[in-house]
Design a binder for this molecule. Structure first.
Ligand SMILES: [Zn+2]
Length: 99
């Protein structure tokens, strides 16, 4: 394989957040900047951060509950319990279903 062949091969799109390669249909593109793509996992992470920052600005019961859950989640991760099979699975389910 020549250098020209290697450079002419299309590279898989890269997530602008985590840097991993994905298929195009596994990325979410930004509206005003379609060159920027974020994978679903990073999109969920960014959504969680946005909700957390919004909760800090406006205190509410739902925001306090989300903050408590987030605190427990961070504590579990800090202690590496998320690597345990059952706990890791539960955290992944929480990530999918919590706002
Ligand atoms: Zn990503």
């Amino acid at each position: 394989m020549t250098v020209a062949d290697e450079t002419s091969q299309a590279q898989a799109p890269v997530c602008w957040c985590c840097g991993n390669q994905f298929e195009e249909n596994d990325l979410v593109r930004l509206g005003s900047h379609p060159e920027v793509g974020v994978c679903f996992g990073c999109a969920r992470f960014l959504h969680r951060r946005a909700v957390g920052q919004e909760d800090q600005r406006r205190t509410s019961l739902a925001g306090r509950i989300r903050s408590a859950i987030s605190g427990v989640r961070e504590w579990v991760i800090a202690h590496n319990w998320h690597r345990l099979p059952l706990v890791g699975l539960l955290l992944q389910r929480l990530d999918r279903h919590l706002p």
